[in-house]
Ligand binder design. Structure first.
Ligand code: F6P
Length: 587
């Protein structure tokens, strides 16, 4: 079943609010009748590459591309103290980047010309900047204070946000205290979140990140893959009488999630043997009450969110229910306060003091002017094991676009980078070789913590020594003269030379990882993605690119399952593969 058909999302007429209306200004929408009756289309807005500020950066790049970080640091001994920003608990050092103060000036000028601040204002005001789906983009409302007012379609959405948070907290408390019992009267010990994409990656990442704050006498697992292995392994040692499933799906029509949810129900009922048990062992998080009821979950046990929350921006909504069950309502609210602190910084700080904006601009500098294809996110914290996977979706589903907001194909510049990474120091013993000595430019974000979450002997200082050493080695490298001086055999010298000049950002968190810090970090990346998408003139909030594969899979399902399979009418490769699969599967 296709999750969303094109027709399901009604991209009504262009949004009615100011910035949204301006950026929606497609020729047909703004056509004025000329005197003679002929329609005259307004001039399309200039593409980013046509902006004076973009062109200035292109010229400037020729001046700085040969500069080595060794020289930049030698020329300005204060560089490492000057090229830093602070916001909340984050200290951001961007001095080890291939840029000068002039570069920064030009990047900030580009942000101003591209009206990033208007974009921020429009987002926070609830304007419908997700044009193709005619929706506001209001993940910032999910962490707005109780007394805030954010109006969408004439309604202040903040009270509803807090009402759901309160319901979640009350439910979490009942489960955690044992007041909520399973069908046979047993306490809930196991929680399984069933979701995929934004309905999985966020809570799974945050649960891992905040494991130290979680109930250790309860088990939390996350099932996303339609590969039956995911479900089977997740529940293999669980007792249905003690297990609660949270079916998390914005649309409640996603194939993978519903398949897993049905398997979960069968698994639970096989032991509980009573349909009524569903009410005690299944709750839902969704925007779609009708489908939730159809599945058999009492909508009294449904936690709501709204179409103005994008899936990949949703883990601080009810989608985070599993996380709240793990860490409790107070810690969850503390995390929201961390998000809010970064939101406020992003909304109010001028560009040159604005941490997410600066991070975004530096990324854009490499992406568009150096042709960098990827960005590595390298947390020096085992708790952030799943951070890169989370940011992959956040960044790549948001900014992996090749049509701009005005419907024009994007040519002449790159949009979103490929995001990847794993926690240090594991990567150091694997792929860092390529970052240090490969032929590609790999800008990288290093994230480290001043204080350990687990203060065990020398571990933290050793970890952080590696953290500092890597950005130093990447920036400054080791010249062939330095290598030769160490008495290295001549034939080895070129192999043991490090050219350096590899750009990195360092985010040093002033304390240990806490819910509040996690909120700040995630909001930082959300707003970095926003900044870049706005300058690239793309809609960072739709994801039409995931649809085609889903539709084709729906066509193939009966071709695999039905004994009188319909005639195969794919290309010769796909036909042959399907035939071979069918034979092997049945053989
Ligand atoms: O297929 C992509 C996607 O729509 C993501 O954007 C979303 O996070 C995920 O699927 C899950 O969607 P849902 O929450 O509606 O099940």
């Amino acid at each position: 079943m296709a999750k969303r058909s094109t027709g399901k999302v009604r991209a009504k007429k262009a949004a009615g609010t100011t910035v949204a209306r301006k950026i929606a200004a497609r020729p047909a929408a703004k056509t004025k009748r000329a005197a003679g009756g002929a329609a005259k289309a307004p001039a399309a807005p200039p593409r980013p590459t046509e902006l004076r500020e973009w062109q200035a950066l292109a010229r400037h790049k020729a001046k700085v591309e040969k500069l080595h970080l060794r020289k930049l640091f030698a020329d300005d001994p204060q560089r490492g103290k000057k090229m830093v920003l602070e916001a909340g608990d984050l200290y951001f050092d961007f001095s080890k980047n291939r840029l000068t103060t002039e570069t920064l000036k030009l990047l900030y000028a580009l942000a101003e010309r591209a009206k990033v601040r208007d974009g921020i204002r429009a987002m926070f005001a609830g304007e419908k900047i997700n044009l193709t789906e005619d929706r506001a983009v209001l993940h910032v409302a999910l962490r707005a204070p109780r007394n805030a007012k954010i109006v969408v379609d004439g309604e202040n959405v903040v009270p509803a946000v807090h009402a759901v948070l309160d319901r979640m907290a009350a439910f979490a408390e009942r489960v955690r205290s044992g007041a909520w019992q399973g069908h046979t009267g047993k306490r809930i010990k196991n929680v399984v979140n069933v979701g995929i994409g934004g309905s999985d990656l966020g809570p799974a990442m945050a649960y891992d990140a905040l494991r130290q704050f979680s109930r250790r006498d309860m088990q939390f697992r996350f099932v996303s893959n339609v590969d039956g292995t995911d479900f089977v392994e997740a529940v293999h040692d669980f007792d249905p009488e003690e297990t609660l499933f949270i079916i998390s799906s914005k649309t409640f029509t996603t194939l993978e999630t519903l398949t897993n949810a049905h398997s979960a129900r069968e698994w639970a009922l096989a032991k509980l043997k009573d349909e009524k048990a569903v009410a005690k062992h299944f709750v839902a998080v969704s925007t779609n009450a009708k489908e939730v009821a159809k599945f058999g979950i009492d909508t009294a046990n449904m936690f709501e969110f709204w179409d103005w929350v994008g899936g990949r921006y949703s883990y601080d909504s009810a989608i985070g229910l599993s996380l709240m069950l793990a860490i409790g309502g107070d810690a969850f609210r503390d995390m929201l306060a961390g998000f809010r602190a970064m939101d406020e910084h992003f909304r109010t700080a001028p560009p040159e003091k604005n941490l997410p904006m600066t991070l975004g601009l530096i990324g854009l500098w490499y992406d568009d002017f150096f042709g960098a294809e990827t960005v590595a996110v390298l947390p020096y914290s085992q708790y952030l094991d799943r951070l890169s996977a989370y940011i992959e979706q956040l960044d790549m589903e948001s900014n992996g676009k090749s049509t701009d907001r005005h419907g024009r194909p994007i040519t002449g510049y790159q949009t979103g980078p490929i995001v990847w990474g794993t926690p240090g120091t594991n990567g150091q013993h694997a792929y860092y070789q390529l970052i240090h000595q490969g032929t590609k430019m790999i800008p990288a974000d290093f994230i480290g913590f001043a204080k350990p979450n687990n203060d065990l002997g020398r571990h933290h200082d050793l970890l952080m020594a590696n953290f500092f050493a890597q950005t130093e080695a990447l920036a400054f490298g080791k010249t062939s003269e330095e290598v030769a001086k160490e008495g290295v055999a001549a034939f080895q010298v070129p192999h043991r030379t490090f050219r350096g000049n590899h750009p990195t950002n360092t985010i040093l968190v002033k304390r240990e990882l806490t819910p509040h810090v996690l909120g700040q970090l995630i909001a930082l990346y959300e707003h970095k993605v926003f900044t870049q998408g706005w300058i690239w003139q793309i809609n960072s909030f739709d994801q039409w690119g995931v649809e085609l594969g889903k539709v084709l899979a729906q066509r193939i399902v009966p071709q695999l399952e039905s004994p009188d399979a319909p005639k195969l009418d794919h290309d010769s490769s796909t036909n042959t593969l399907i035939r071979r699969y069918r034979k092997l599967r049945r053989g």
